[in-house]
Design a binder for this molecule. Structure first.
Ligand code: NAP
Ligand code: F7E
Length: 348
C-alpha cells in the first residue's frame, strides 16, 4: 500500500527537502499551501508535477479538517509557521496564532478525523533561548527569548499533551538551525552567502549585519528532514534533539563565506543596529545523543561544506543568465528591508 504524507509548509525550505525525501521513499506527497496573490512554489517547482497541492491554512480549522478528511494521510508533518524570529517581535499575535495555536488546530483536526495519523511537530532550539545548560538536550529546561520561541514552546507542549491525553503518535523534533541554498534571504546564513555573491560580482561593497557574536549549531537542512521521517517510523512517539553538536559564531560564518571567494569579511561587513534583537539568544549547541542512538541518525554535512555550498550556489544565482544580476540584488535587498520592524521609520 502506498503511504500518504501531508506536509504543511511545503513551500518553505524544509518542506521542499522533505517532499523530495518522501517521494524518494515512495510516498504519495500532499502539500498544504495557503492562498497568496503571487505564486510561492519556487522551491518545489522541480517536483511540482509529482505532488498533490491542496489549499489550507493553519489559521483556519475548517480547512484542516476538510483536507485531512478528503486526503486521509497516514503521516502529517507540521512544518508551517511564522518562522522568522525578528518578525515575531513586530507581529507577536500573528506568530502566536500560526506557530502556537496552529499546532492545536491541526492536532485537533487529526483527533476528529483519524487519531491513528502519525504527527510530526517542527519544534526549535529557540525554545532553549537563554540557555540554562550547555549542550542542550531533550531534558534541558526551556527559556524562550522571543515571541517565536514562546510560540514554539506552546507547540511543543501541546504535541506532548495530545500524545499523552489522546494516545496520538505525535513526535516533537527539536531541531537546531539548519540551512541550505534554499534558506530564506532574511536568515543570517543566506543573507551572508547572498551578500558575498553580490559583493564578489561587484554589485555592492558592503553587507550590513547585527550581532556577530551570536553562536549557533548550524547543520544542513537536507540532512535534517530524514530525522523527521525516522521519528514517525518508531513504534513509540517521542521528543528528539537534532543538531550537529558544534557551535560557530556569525563572525566565523562570515570569515568562511568571504574566504570562499578570496575576500576578507572585515573589509565589507558593517554593523547595523537595526539588525539587533530586543532579546538575543547568545549560544546554542545541541546534544543529539538520543537521535543517534534511537533513530540511528547522524548529520552528513560539515560546517565548512555547508558554508561553501551556500556561497557557491549564490554565486551561481547572481550569475544566472535568465535574471539580471541587478534585478536579483534589488529583489534580495528589498526583501531584507521589508522584514525590519524599523524599516518604515528609517525610510527604507
Ligand atoms: P520557512 O522556510 O519559513 O517555511 C515556512 C512555511 O510555513 C512556508 O511554506 C509558509 O508558506 C508556511 N506558512 C506560514 N504561515 C502559514 C499559515 N498560516 N498556514 C499555512 N502555511 C503557512 O521555514 P523552514 O526553515 O522551512 O522551517 C520549517 C519549520 O521548522 C518551521 O515551523 C520552523 O519554525 C521550524 N524550524 C526551523 C528551523 C530552521 O533552522 N530552519 C529550526 C527549527 C525549527 P508561504 O510560502 O506561503 O509563506
Ligand atoms: O539569526 C544573528 C541573530 O535569523 C541567527 C529560524 O530558522 O533558527 C532560526 O532562527 C543569529 C541571531 O536565525 C543578523 O541576531 C546577526 O543571533 O538566521 P537567524 P535564528 O534567529 O537563530 C531557529 C532554530 C528557528 O527555529 C527559526 O525558525 O544571527 N544576526 N546579524 C542576524 N540575523 C539576521 N536574520 N540578520 C542579520 O543581519
Amino acid at each position: 500500500m502506498t503511504r500518504r504524507a501531508l506536509i504543511t509548509g511545503i513551500t518553505g525550505q524544509d518542506g521542499s527537502y522533505l517532499a523530495e525525501f518522501l517521494l524518494g521513499q515512495g510516498y504519495e506527497v500532499i502539500g498544504m499551501v495557503r492562498r497568496s496573490s503571487t505564486v510561492t512554489f519556487e522551491r518545489i517547482a522541480h517536483i511540482q508535477d509529482r505532488l498533490t497541492l491542496v489549499a489550507g491554512d493553519l489559521l483556519d480549522e475548517i480547512s484542516l479538517i476538510e483536507l485531512l478528511d478528503r486526503h486521509r494521510p497516514h503521516e502529517v508533518y507540521n512544518l508551517a509557521a511564522q518562522s522568522f524570529v525578528q518578525t515575531s517581535f513586530s507581529q507577536p499575535v500573528l506568530t502566536g496564532e500560526t506557530t502556537a495555536l496552529g499546532v492545536t488546530r491541526l492536532l485537533h483536526a487529526i483527533r476528529i478525523v483519524d487519531p491513528s495519523i502519525r504527527f510530526y511537530q517542527a519544534s526549535s532550539s529557540e525554545m532553549f533561548g537563554k540557555v540554562v545548560e550547555v549542550p542542550q538536550s531533550e531534558t534541558t529546561p526551556l527559556y524562550p527569548r522571543s515571541p517565536y520561541g514562546v510560540a514554539k514552546v506552546y507547540g511543543h507542549w501541546i504535541t506532548v499533551n495530545y500524545r499523552e491525553s489522546y494516545d496520538i503518535h505525535a513526535s516533537s523534533g527539536i531541531l537546531f538551525n539548519h540551512e541550505s541554498p534554499r534558506r530564506g534571504l532574511e536568515f543570517v546564513t543566506r543573507k551572508i552567502s547572498n551578500g558575498v555573491a553580490r559583493i564578489a560580482a561587484g554589485l555592492t561593497d558592503e553587507l550590513r549585519l547585527g550581532n556577530l557574536d551570536a553562536q549557533r549549531d548550524w547543520g544542513f537542512a537536507g540532512d535534517y528532514v530524514e530525522a523527521m521521517w525516522l521519528m514517525l517510523q518508531q513504534d513509540e512517539p517521542g521528543n528528539y534533539v537534532v543538531s550537529t553538536g558544534e557551535t560557530h559564531s556569525v563572525r566565523e560564518f562570515c570569515e568562511l563565506a568571504f574566504g570562499r571567494v578570496g575576500l576578507d569579511w572585515s573589509d565589507h561587513v558593517v554593523i547595523d543596529e537595526r539588525f539587533f534583537r530586543p532579546a538575543e539568544v547568545d549560544l546554542l549547541v545541541g546534544d543529539a545523543t538520543r537521535a543517534h542512538s534511537v533513530l540511528g541518525w547522524k548529520p552528513a554535512t560539515s560546517f565548512t561544506d555547508l558554508v561553501h555550498r551556500m556561497v557557491d550556489a549564490d554565486v551561481e544565482v547572481v550569475r544566472r543568465p535568465d535574471l539580471e544580476p541587478e534585478e536579483a540584488a534589488h529583489l534580495a535587498a528589498c526583501h531584507e528591508d521589508t522584514l525590519l520592524p524599523q524599516a518604515e521609520e528609517a525610510g527604507k
